[in-house]
Design a protein around this ligand. Structure first.
Ligand SMILES: Cc1cc2nc3c(=O)[nH]c(=O)nc-3n(C[C@H](O)[C@H](O)[C@H](O)COP(=O)(O)OP(=O)(O)OC[C@H]3O[C@@H](n4cnc5c(N)ncnc54)[C@H](O)[C@@H]3O)c2cc1C
Length: 382
């Protein structure tokens, strides 16, 4: 089912990812989660297996595949564990897309190649305490001083910030308050830089294995060649990258929904009450049917957005629709999965409570679903 725009090579790619997930991730996910450890080794293994730089051209260390292969990869990873899926999604989406499309040739050769040959973890540092949905309220500055920029500011919710090998900092290079003041400054090997200070990892619903960092830049000096693309175009670059990033988040939603349905269908078949499997109760089977309907719709929207992107068409509205629908579907499916599992679903012995926590994040990052609905509505009048 749901084979819109997919070819045999996509099915083969799905098999490769699924095999990797079953042999390398499923056996260890609970250990990482219980120990609260970010899976750096798994990112390396993903790279070794040719499953990291999916959409990055081969000449820069990537796999040179299309966006349908990207969503299949992220979906299959998210079916079992969202954290590695989130790393692939961010590195190919917000970071990789921006470097491929807008960076200079020197930056592509230098940074993209390092990220995807060394399987580096990347991060994007945009959100600030006062600048969430209203990203243009950001106050972090990058002041030019000779052949350097000096960065000062305070960021929150930088995913992977404390473990990243490469960070995009979104900062103001001018102070007029316009979008056109905003630029992206790249920081390779940030942990080695004086003035890049991790304040803390924000304790959050998703648990300790995920790293959500609060960061301060205190007179952090970087060479001017670390400016990505052109000064004043940072906002434009991030908005373009979000079109791709949101397709990645949609794929996360599809994977979480599939994981929730698989776990629930199996549990409902095995668990007996009143002398029969609980799936025989209509109150349970209708929940499974609703999950399946949402899953198929979310998958179609996600593949459709990816296919349009593969055809080099604009996808702002399609990506916002897929992201919003698929992450809402994941939240609904995971919530019902917990309900179908009864008390067991509420315990950490089963994965469905984790799916519920993962789905909630996907409704918030890369534009909350309210902001994405605004994007969708605004497109009606374009
Ligand atoms: C798990 C996770 C990972 C994240 N990763 C990153 C990251 O890697 N890098 C990064 O820079 N940021 C990251 N973020 C931050 C994320 O992008 C912001 O949380 C998000 O943009 C919302 O900002 P806010 O939390 O300040 O909420 P606010 O903007 O304060 O919103 C609060 C509420 O008001 C609603 N609201 C706000 N404006 C409108 C509007 N115009 N119309 C309707 N409703 C509105 C919102 O939808 C929300 O429900 C992450 C967040 C989470 C939870």
């Amino acid at each position: 089912m749901s084979t819109i725009g997919l070819e045999d090579r996509h099915s083969e790619h799905r098999q490769r990812v699924r095999q990797f997930v079953e042999s390398e991730i499923e056996p260890v996910v609970e250990e990482y989660e219980n120990e609260g450890q970010f899976p750096l080794e798994l990112i390396d293994e993903l790279g070794e297996a040719g499953l990291y730089g999916i959409t990055i051209p081969k000449e820069y260390g990537g796999e040179g595949l299309d966006y349908r292969s990207f969503v299949i990869t992220v979906e299959e990873l998210s079916r079992v564990w969202k954290i590695p899926a989130g790393v692939v999604s961010l590195s190919c989406g917000l970071v990789g897309h921006t470097l491929v499309e807008f960076a200079t040739e020197w930056q592509r050769e230098e940074w993209l190649t390092d990220i995807f040959t060394e399987n580096q973890v990347t991060a994007v540092s945009l959100t600030e305490p006062q600048a969430g949905s209203d990203a243009n309220a950001l106050e972090t500055t990058a002041r030019r001083d000779g052949d350097e920029y000096i960065l000062n500011g305070h960021k929150v919710w930088t995913s992977h910030g404390a473990v990243a090998d490469f960070v995009f900092v979104v900062a103001r290079t001018e102070q007029t308050g316009s979008h056109e003041d905003v630029s992206i400054i790249a920081i390779p090997n940030p942990q080695e830089k004086e003035g890049f200070n991790i304040v803390r990892d924000i304790p959050c619903m998703e648990g300790d294995a995920v790293v959500e960092s609060e960061i301060e830049f205190d007179d952090l000096r970087v060479p001017v060649e670390n400016l990505v693309g052109e000064e004043g175009n940072g906002f434009k670059y991030i908005m373009a990258a979000l079109d791709v990033g949101r397709i990645g988040v949609a794929a996360q939603g599809v994977g979480i929904t599939q994981g929730s349905l698989d776990a629930s269908a199996e549990f409902a078949d095995e668990r007996e009450q009143f002398g029969q499997p609980i799936r025989d109760f209509q109150g349970v089977s209708f929940k499974l049917a609703d999950m399946k309907m949402d899953l198929e719709a979310a998958r179609l929207l996600t593949y459709q957005a990816a296919e349009r992107r593969d055809q080099d068409k604009r996808v702002s509205q399609e990506a916002a629709i897929a992201k919003t629908f698929a992450s809402d579907a994941a939240m609904d499916a995971a919530t019902e999965a917990v309900q179908i599992h009864g008390s067991r679903g509420y315990s950490t012995d089963y994965p469905v409570e984790r799916y519920m926590r993962e789905a909630k994040g996907a409704q918030i990052y890369e534009g909350t679903n309210e902001v994405n609905r605004t994007v969708i509505a605004n497109h009606l009048y374009k």
